[in-house]
Design a protein around this ligand. Structure first.
Ligand code: TYD
Length: 210
C-alpha cells in the first residue's frame, strides 16, 4: 500500500472539519489523490448507522452503541478505506477507532478490554498511519461549539464531566502510542494549527513522489 491513512480526533469545537479540509487542499495541490471521509459514516450503510447512533431518541444501551459504531467502521474499511489505500490515495478520516476508546470507553465507561475484543473481530485492529489529536480545554471547546451554533447530537449534549473523561481518554491513548498519535495544540489560530499539521505530514510524504 502506498496510500496514507490519517485520522483526526478531538473533542467538540476543536476545529477538525476546517483542518481536514485545509489539509486535503494542500495534498491535492501536491498532486495527491485524497479521500475525505468520516466516522461513524463514510458509506451508505454506515451513514444510516450514524443517524441512529447520533440522533435516535430511544436510549441505546452502551453495548449496542459500541457494536453499531464498530459495524459502521467495518463496512467503512471494507468499502472505502482499504480500496482507497490500495489505489494509493490518501485517506483523511474525521475520527476513527480512538474515538471509540474516548467516547464509549472514557465517556460511557465501557472497559477498554471489551472495546479491544470488538475491535479485534470487526476491524482486525487496523490503525491509521498517523492520528492528529486536536486538543483543547473542554470549556473552550464548548464555548466554540456554542458560538458556532453547533450542538444537539447525543454526545454533544453530554455534561462537562463526560467531556472531561473523553479528553482524558484521548490523552491516555496518546501517551501509550506517542509515535502514531500526535497532539496538536488546537487553542491556536487556524493558520497555526494548519502549520503544525503540515510539519507532521511532511514526514509522511515521500519526496520521490513529489
Ligand atoms: P463528529 O462528526 O466529530 O461530530 P460533529 O458533527 O460535531 O463534527 O462526531 C460525531 C460524534 O460521534 C461525536 O460526538 C463523537 C461520536 N463518536 C463516538 O462516540 N464513537 C466513535 O467511535 C466515533 C467515531 C464517534
Amino acid at each position: 500500500m502506498t496510500g496514507k491513512f490519517i485520522s483526526f480526533e478531538g473533542g467538540d469545537g476543536a476545529g477538525k472539519s476546517t483542518q481536514l479540509f485545509l489539509l486535503s487542499e494542500d495534498l491535492e495541490a501536491r498532486g495527491r489523490r485524497v479521500v475525505l471521509t468520516r466516522e461513524p459514516g463514510g458509506t451508505r450503510l454506515s451513514e444510516q448507522i450514524r443517524s441512529w447512533v447520533l440522533h435516535e431518541s430511544d436510549a441505546l444501551c452502551k453495548p449496542a452503541e459500541l457494536l453499531l459504531i464498530f459495524a459502521a467502521r467495518a463496512q467503512h474499511i471494507s468499502e472505502v478505506i482499504k480500496p482507497a489505500l490500495l489505489r494509493g490515495d490518501w485517506v483523511l478520516c474525521d475520527r476513527f477507532t480512538d474515538a471509540s476508546y474516548a467516547y464509549q470507553g472514557g465517556g460511557r465507561g465501557l472497559p477498554a478490554e471489551l472495546i479491544q475484543q470488538v475491535e479485534a473481530v470487526s476491524t482486525e485492529c487496523m490503525q491509521p498511519d498517523l492520528t492528529l489529536l486536536l486538543d483543547l480545554p473542554v470549556i473552550e471547546g464548548i464555548e466554540r461549539s456554542v458560538n458556532r451554533g453547533q450542538g444537539g447530537d447525543r454526545f454533544e449534549e453530554q455534561d462537562i464531566e463526560f467531556k472531561r473523561r473523553v479528553r482524558q481518554a484521548y490523552l491516555n491513548r496518546q501517551s501509550n502510542e506517542p509515535d502514531r498519535i500526535r497532539i496538536i495544540n488546537a487553542t491556536r489560530s487556524i493558520e497555526s494549527v494548519h502549520t503544525q499539521i503540515l510539519d507532521l505530514i511532511s514526514k509522511l510524504i515521500d519526496p520521490k513522489d513529489d
